[in-house]
Design a protein around this ligand. Structure first.
Ligand code: QV4
Ligand code: CA
Length: 509
């Protein structure tokens, strides 16, 4: 009996930190602004076979339609109701996506915008993706319904100005967005009903948008109302996976650790640091990455961290991280950063998948940072797939880049293996392994790397999964010969297309 109790307790305490991926898959992809029909297809044709654990989808609930500027991506962060209709699709398409993805072992995580409704300055009307009526002036959202009683105007009648005042950060309006009174059971119940509707459809968990702007206790009150996951795809008693968007780079009243009781927390310091190091700014060197993780840099503990190189905000100058953040626009450095993140054991990892837009920098600011997804007169374009497996219609599909796709597989192969065999040249040439299952080498110096390194791997010939693939018992890219002593010779030119090499147990010939 005692053993059973212990087991259930362990199971219980892991609950909301566990992404519930199938066969221990270790990374999810944010298919930002993708349509539900395209995500369903991507689960079946790509994400399942390539070992992706799941997909973070854009907010599926009804949002305001903004026409000035023309349909910005951020209109989806201004809820009008919890009806499932947006530019990504309708409820039937959402249901079909969740079912088809779950059926091939790929989870769906919903971006839940529950701190607020639309901006206070918008005109009343039915300019919304489901046509529901709303009136920001009198706080009326008739399709929920919400009224003035359900907002925080009596606690704070203004915007957040001082991020050192926890009360302001939680009770005032973030960028003028009408702030919900999540201390009220009526509001908590409306939010929980929305999330339970999604849970019953089959989603595996949630990204809690603007979590910093909600009291941890109010979030917990909502989470306590949530159903267990749908037993059609999840084991009995599974709790929704929760990761909270809390931007904490230090120096503010709100700390990410306040939210650990509710679930994981986004660690923005990770992408900011990695970007600075790989850009070699501020005298940073990759050799300093030897002690990455909570120990050395005050990061969120690895079992509470949701980590990423860039996200939909900071890839376009919104949110946190500043100019050090690496994105698909800086492809060569970006692949190194994503490769490092996926090879290192720290955190639960999320890969960004973006669309291109025509950036227009004026005084260092991209004045086109608002531009929404590729579209025809507001209708989001299909994700077309080219013969070379890249995406068309201006979808970037970073998750389909060989170097990134193969590092997602690398992370699965080495899952559970310890960080080992670190080597560096005191500058920007570094290498490390994961037990006896994987090894990676980077050359980010301005001269060639040539070194014989202890990989920790069994003797044999391995295909480098950065320069190519293992196909029909052959390597389409570089080969690495590991001797019986586990050592291998590595040469990486500093002008190589991708100046890093990665090998693992499943790329062995
Ligand atoms: C404007 C004025 C306000 C005025 C208001 C009146 O600036 O002073 O009171 O009108 O209506 C858009 C516009 C913004 C506008 C606002 C409300 O950009 O100018 O205010 O709408 O009308 C995204 C975008 C925001 C966008 C918002 C809502 O980044 O620009 O605001 O969506 O459409 C902090 C938070 C963090 C947050 C980050 C961006 O701690 O939680 O800022 N990140 C999340 C999401 C992000 C989203 C929000 C939160 C809000 O990742 O994408 O903001 O849901 O760091
Ligand atoms: Ca709030």
């Amino acid at each position: 009996m005692k053993f059973v109790l212990l087991f259930s307790l362990i199971g219980f305490c892991w609950a909301q930190y566990d992404p519930h991926t199938t066969n221990g898959r270790t990374a999810i992809v944010h298919l930002f602004e993708w349509r539900w029909v395209d995500i369903a297809k991507e689960c079946e044709r790509y994400l399942a076979p390539k070992g992706f654990g799941g997909v973070q989808v854009s907010p599926p609930n009804e949002n305001i339609i903004i026409n000035n500027p023309s349909r910005p991506w951020w209109e989806r962060y201004q809820p009008i109701s919890y009806k499932l209709c947006t530019r990504s699709g309708n409820e039937n398409e959402f249901r079909d996506m969740v079912t088809r993805c779950n059926n091939v072992g790929v989870r769906i995580y919903v971006d839940a915008v529950i701190n607020h409704m639309c901006g206070s300055g918008n005109p009343a009307g039915t300019s919304s993706t489901c046509g529901s009526y709303f009136n920001p002036q009198n706080r009326e959202f008739s399709a929920v319904p919400y009224s003035a009683w359900d907002f925080n105007d009596n606690k704070c009648n203004g915007e957040i100005y001082n991020y050192n005042d926890a009360n302001q950060v939680r009770n005032c309006r973030l960028s003028g967005l009408l702030d919900l009174a999540l201390d009220k059971d009526y509001v908590r119940t409306k939010v929980a009903d929305y999330m339970n509707y999604l849970i019953d459809i089959g989603v595996a968990g949630f990204r809690l948008d603007a979590a910093k702007h909600m009291w941890p206790g109010d979030i917990k009150a909502v989470l306590d109302k949530l159903h267990n996951l749908n037993t059609q795809w999840f084991s009995q008693g599974s709790r929704p996976f929760i990761f909270q968007e809390v931007i904490d780079l230090g120096g503010e009243a709100i700390k990410g650790s306040e939210y650990f009781g509710n679930g994981r927390v986004t660690e923005f310091k990770y992408g900011a640091k990695l970007g600075t190091v790989i850009r070699k700014w501020d005298g940073e060197k990759m050799a300093y990455l030897k002690r990455t993780g909570e120990g050395c840099w005050g990061f969120v503990p690895t079992d509470r961290a949701l980590v990423f190189v860039d996200n939909h905000d900071n890839q376009r100058g919104h949110g946190a991280g500043g100019s050090s953040i690496l994105t698909f626009w800086d492809a060569r450095m970006y692949k190194m950063a994503v490769g490092f993140m996926l090879a290192h054991p720290y955190g639960f990892t999320r890969v960004m998948s973006s669309y291109r837009w025509n950036r227009n920098f004026q005084n260092g600011q991209d004045v086109n940072d608002w531009i929404g997804p590729p579209n025809n007169n507001g209708v989001t374009k299909e994700v077309t797939i080219n013969p070379d497996t890249t995406c068309g219609n201006d979808w970037v599909c970073e998750h389909r880049w060989r170097q990134i796709r193969n590092m997602v597989a690398f992370r699965n192969v080495v899952n559970g293996q310890p960080f080992a065999n670190w080597w560096d040249n005191g500058s920007n040439q570094v290498a490390f392994g994961r037990g006896n299952r994987g090894f990676i080498v980077f050359n980010n110096d301005d001269w060639a790397l040539s070194a014989t390194l202890q990989t920790g791997l069994p003797a044999g010939t391995y295909c480098d999964v950065i320069s190519g693939d293992k196909v029909d018992g052959n390597c389409t890219g570089l080969r690495v010969n590991v001797g019986s002593d586990g050592k291998a010779q590595f040469s990486i030119s500093n002008s190589a297309e991708d100046p890093f090499i990665a090998i693992h147990a499943e790329s062995k010939l």
